[in-house]
Design a protein around this ligand. Sequence first.
Ligand SMILES: Cc1ncc(C[n+]2csc(CCOP(=O)(O)OP(=O)(O)O)c2C)c(N)n1
Length: 580
Amino acid sequence: MKRTGAQTVWECLVREGVKTIFGYPGGAILPTYDAMLDYPIHHVLVRHEQGATHMADGYARASGKVGAAIATSGPGATNMVTGIATAMMDSSPIVCITGQVGSKAIGSDAFQETDVTGVTLPVTKHNYLVTRAEDIARTIREAFYIAASGRPGPVLVDITKDAQQSSCEFDWEAAAPQLPGYRPNLRALPEEFQKALDLINNAKRPLILAGHGILMSGARKQVLEFAERAQVPIAMTLLGLGAIPASHPLNLGMMGMHGEAWVNNAIQQADLLLAFGMRFDDRVTGNIKTYALNAKKIHIEIDPSEINKNVKVDVGIVGDLRETLDELLPGVKSADHSEWIDHINEMKGDTAVRDIQSLPDSGHLYAAHVINDIWHYTSGKAIVVSDVGQHQMWEAQYYKHDDERSLITSGGLGTMGFALPAAIGAKFACPDKEVWVVAGDGGFQMTMAELATIAQENLKINIAIINNGYLGMVRQWQEFFYEKRYAATPMLSPDFVKLADAFDIKGVRVTKRSEVQVAVEEARAHPGTVIMDFRVEQEDSVFPMVPAGADLQAMIRRPKRDVMAETGADESEWDLGATK
Ligand SMILES: Cc1ncc(C[n+]2csc(CCOP(=O)(O)OP(=O)(O)O)c2C)c(N)n1
């Protein structure tokens, strides 16, 4: 049957299972918007195209399905770039459709013309410029296949206006993807398996480094079976949080720059690291030259280019983590590593006394209190979408994620402004789940226009702004490494409660620790979206901290008392560069 290119776009999206698309119209995509009205796909009108991409990304991360976004040419398409790069860095499968000027006008600097395939080339898994209606169906099918298969990622399809307007036969079957050069499911060599098993079965101090790949391949069961049988403790990357229940006895917690001290120390002392679906990001390794020198390393990863990229490994196994573990598991022997596990537990040592929550209530409200209460009163069952900065790290430390896909955050690119729109996407993916945003006052202001989208779509999202009056994480670096010269980090914010009111959303302000519980419970009980403005300590810092590029064990620890409650030489207790 004949279809216009514009109709073909929707025919394909419907067949690909798209129920919701996030976008913003304009001239070059108008034929496709016009055709949209005849198809059963819910279009969410965003307030900025960056928001559309983060929403598609949040949708993908919460659901495990491909997220979809649509925008016009030129500024519409370039506004998408940050969201596309965010999805790329975190391997999130999204398909972005953009309108392009007419094919004859390409290259003429026509109105709203941008070479968006050129612009997005380094930040997409793949991208296409389509100039003929005949190519639309095949291209969209390929785009969905590429986005979701192998190591997932964003794919952009740029379609000229004339391709949208002209007609051709629509044949779904004939448009099936044929990509002979694309081999997303490589398999490991059997010798590698044997080498890996020898290392695993002989290790004395093994450690699993659990990454995002566990979530993406659905390998929780296999990883737990492995860990329990061989008694291997598990350290988590930021994006791996939730892949293994936080409450599991072998789960040690987060590694890296703001990871737990005992986790980083354990990595440095391990004799075998099992990197499962993670990529040795510099935030995880610290100084690569001194990283885990005592350990043999096995890396299981779907993307061959990740193996030996940052850290040289002894065994590299390319493949889907779940399938690979299924093959590996029969050879993994039961083991007892209780001495090693006891040793790690001992290393927890004085951590509790340094925890801000164990310090006496000095009347100060700390972000840790807020996050801990959100965790407690949601019974750890919410999807939390965090932004980027100090609050993101406190969220990772204090919200104990037991469930898969319950933490959505921009790990690789570290995109401020991600949380609010990504939470909207997550809410569409999981309408029955409680969705929380945890954002800083700075990042929230980057995309707060999406509050209008929330209001227009009548969504229920709980928004916790951790308001410290600063671009907190940058202020922390200035405090530690730039002699407290707070260049451009004090930040004026609007009155967030009044802002909420402008969108007909409930707003509350919290300044005391005793008010947190009430606010969290009220927000949960309220049927609509609530913005909570938590006025927390302005100059609190995230501890521990491995300074950028420092050895992983060289952590700055929190002093054993409340720095805000006292004056004087607090910093002398910071153990700068301490190696314990
Ligand atoms: C788009 C973007 N611009 C700049 C940065 C650099 N950056 C990282 S954290 C941070 C401060 C975040 O401040 P805020 O949102 O208030 O959160 P807080 O750290 O105070 O919790 C900045 C500016 C970034 N990550 N993303």
